[in-house]
Unconditional design. Structure first.
Length: 250
């Protein structure tokens, strides 16, 4: 058997209907390589490892779960990477899809780590704390639209698929959950540089209650700041608006 480690944010999915819905979403995609993040007790894993013509790997930090999965599913023994996802190297030399019931305590960090591999990861399907899932998928004008929304949506189309109640987990988390799908955009965002884009977005939302004119004044010449767009707050600007502004930065 195994234990639940609160320190690792472990809440294991147990509802077969939810599991099947996630697997069905995955099967809509075309892929050869698949990485599962945080397999835990194997609720999704038992389905993933049986997918035909798929090169499957899983990354799991908890040694107890690595031992448990290796014993329960002997064919997994050489497919489990015993490491923190945040510390691991790219698991495949070719493009790969990522799926997981992501540990809620590091789920935002997981998304930013995946951005480092965006050129190799065309699709991500994940269970997140509902708040994080909603932030990732939020559009401009929303109160939860922010840095995560803009930086993820610069490269991915994000679809909020469905809610998952806390009763679907063992032990039940104190928060609601949501499943989202991220599919890499076919066209590349047009900005001056990725670094300029990231600096602008983070600076703008660092003081999100201020107008852009006050929040990002250090990044633009005074005459540029007279443009009406700088009278808006960061949450009112689209991903494309931020990208276009990078060409006017100092």
């Amino acid at each position: 058997m195994y234990t639940h480690k609160k320190s690792l944010g472990q809440h294991f999915l147990k509802d077969e209907n939810v599991i099947n819905r996630i697997i069905d979403v995955l099967k809509e995609e075309s892929f050869t390589n698949l990485l599962e993040v945080g397999p835990g007790a194997g609720a999704l894993t038992k389905h993933l490892m049986s997918l035909s013509a798929v090169n499957f790997k899983a990354v799991e930090l908890d040694e107890e779960k690595v031992i448990y999965l290796s014993k329960k599913y002997p064919s997994l023994a050489d497919k489990i990477i015993h490491q923190s996802f945040l510390d691991m190297q790219k698991p495949f030399d070719e493009p790969f899809t990522v799926i997981g019931n992501f540990p809620y305590n590091i789920s935002t960090q997981i998304l930013f780590k995946l951005l480092e591999w965006k050129d190799e990861v065309p699709c991500i399907i994940g269970m997140f704390q509902k708040e994080v899932a909603e932030r990732a998928a939020a559009k401009e004008g929303s109160k939860v639209y922010g840095v995560l929304s803009v930086l993820m949506q610069a490269y991915y189309e994000i679809e909020y698929l469905f809610d998952v109640g806390n009763e679907c987990f063992d032990p039940p988390p104190k928060v609601q959950s949501g499943v989202i799908r991220l599919k890499r955009k076919a066209t590349t965002l047009n900005y001056k540089s990725e670094r300029a884009f990231w600096v602008l977005v983070k600076t703008a939302f660092n003081q999100r209650r201020k107008t852009m004119r006050n929040a990002v004044k250090s990044l633009f010449a005074a005459e540029v700041l007279q443009d009406d767009i700088f009278l808006k707050r960061a949450e009112a600007l689209s991903v494309e608006d931020f990208a276009a502004l990078t060409f006017r930065m100092q």
